[in-house]
Design a protein around this ligand. Sequence first.
Ligand code: AMP
Ligand code: GLY
Length: 426
Amino acid sequence: MKVLVVGGGGREHALGWRLSRDPEPPRLWFAPGNAGTAGLGTNLPIGSEDLRGVADWARRERPDVVVVGPEAPLCAGLADELLTLGIRVFGPVAAAARLEGSKAFCKEILEAAGVPTARARRCSDPAEARAAVRELGAPVVIKADGLAAGKGVTVCRTLDEADRAIDDALVRGVFGDAGRLVLIEECLVGEEASVLALTDGERIAVLASAQDHKRVADGDQGPNTGGMGAYSPAPVVSDADLSTLRAAIFEPVLRELRRRGITYRGVLYAGLMITATGPRVLEFNCRFGDPETQAMLPRWQGSFSRTLLACADGRLNPEAISWAPGACVCVVMAAPGYPGEYPKGAEISGIEDAERRVGVVVFHAGTAIRDGRLVTAGGRVLGVTALGRDIREAVTRAYEAVGCIRFEGAHFRRDIAARALARGRG
Ligand code: AMP
Ligand code: GLY
């Protein structure tokens, strides 16, 4: 089997790594991949947002399936393009990826499907937006409608902050077209969790839960990042919750999309707030999470490639999916300055030592090979990941592995999975 993985971060290394451990491992290509994926297959000089480049390669090489990691190419129509070439793709068509690409569309579907979510108003006029904020009261959340590289959401404690966020989006246009429309949303209180489901449009397989850590510093302080670590499963979501979420969220949303003539195939990621009155959907992503994937896939059992292919083909068998017992924890090591400006090109050492430890795998994110040396090439550099019998053992192993790895100015959170550990004690 030939598989092309689109993307070049930690998530794509984890996808490729898991594919390479299948009973019948496929041959792998990455567009563009990173230094970690280079050890699993062939890195192509094609960027993940180069739709033409990916489609041209696929037309020539006829992979059995293209697995798309990031949201941008999906929202831009990569799956549609590949399907017209008769190439199977794991990832939704643009009309379905709009669940992530437009927060207003997402809210419309959630409301039409009767799925629990925060109350919201859509506004493109600043005066109207300021009035909506006053109607909902502070705290309140202002969201740019379109893709804004994770920066489009502002949780505002006061009406002043909300007015500034409205100004940024609707008057100053800091998010460009992505922020010409905003959602003014009720602020929900609770603990966040990620629940992802594979779907072929009809059948649904809800995956193991996970929790990521979006703020840069311990105790959820400092600016938002792409994610500084993750663990799976997330005890805040019980097994009972997982089965009710299928009927409460995934089934009605997919049904509502089908009613509009849209078939969603791929993975649907629900970002949830577990409130005192139950889980509510904060957002949908049309792809695997990063770094949740790094903490989920090491526990995947059975053939990953066959499952992705079955999903793409419309013949998913949810029964075929199972998870190794225990837990998995991923600690992200980041470049100095991330999520702001950061240097590149620092030499990385110690990964082999880390990977000699029991249960440890190190996923590359922003790495490259320069003159034969492994160097940093992005903000999130590595996802140091460990399996364990439980969260406690996995956390200990992950941090011991982090201790083996060096690059100049490396920083990481020291409290990954602390919430799960505190719950265990409570
Ligand atoms: P999103 O991009 O929609 O996931 O939002 C980014 C982050 O903003 C989420 O992970 C939450 O921490 C926060 N957030 C989004 N919507 C809400 C809400 N309605 N209430 C409270 N926090 C929210
Ligand atoms: N870890 C958050 C995301 O993938 O969007």
